[in-house]
Design a protein around this ligand. Sequence first.
Ligand code: SF4
Length: 199
Amino acid sequence: MFDLNEVNINLSRRGFISCVVPDAAAALEKSLEIIGRDSVGIGGSLTVKELGLAERLREAGNAVYWHWTDGPLAKNGAAHADIYVCSANALTVGGIPVLTDGSGNRISAMCNGPRRALLIVGKNKIVGDEREALMRIRSAECAGANAKRLGLHTPCADEGVCDDCTSPERICSVTAFFERPSKGLLKTYVVLVDKNLGL
Ligand code: SF4
């Protein structure tokens, strides 16, 4: 079990604007406060879906671009929204968010495009270091479960182990370690949630 306050301090030292909240309801309210009236791009994220963030934003009148609800073309709008929201696949105790994408859309937006970015991260994604982050990301519980959710047949989904596959259905193609927030954005926020969220 990792100390979220320690992770929070380490994120702040690296230049992220971070905080700890107790549960999903508090994470939702904090996210709405950070986003304000801005237009919002959302990456593929079970965490964001579990919070019901897109629904609350649309009710409030924010422009929302999310390919999970609006189709693939929404990725273009998301890449140029005022703020981009997603989760990380892992977050080290030392304060390094780690993201793995199939197409690189989340990583790209976290590096350049929107003016701000917001990561919402449940405590289940905290790991000891970068090596453990990669192990988590390629585990049956993370990549395997995501591939199953998408109906894909990869070794992590079908056999429960990663073999660095050459499958055309491979979901992990691009990985980024954010040792600092990208200089391409004005601000990168991290909301740490003291509950399990997402995969
Ligand atoms: S490389 Fe292939 S087997 Fe390994 S985690 Fe990625 S999709 Fe799964």
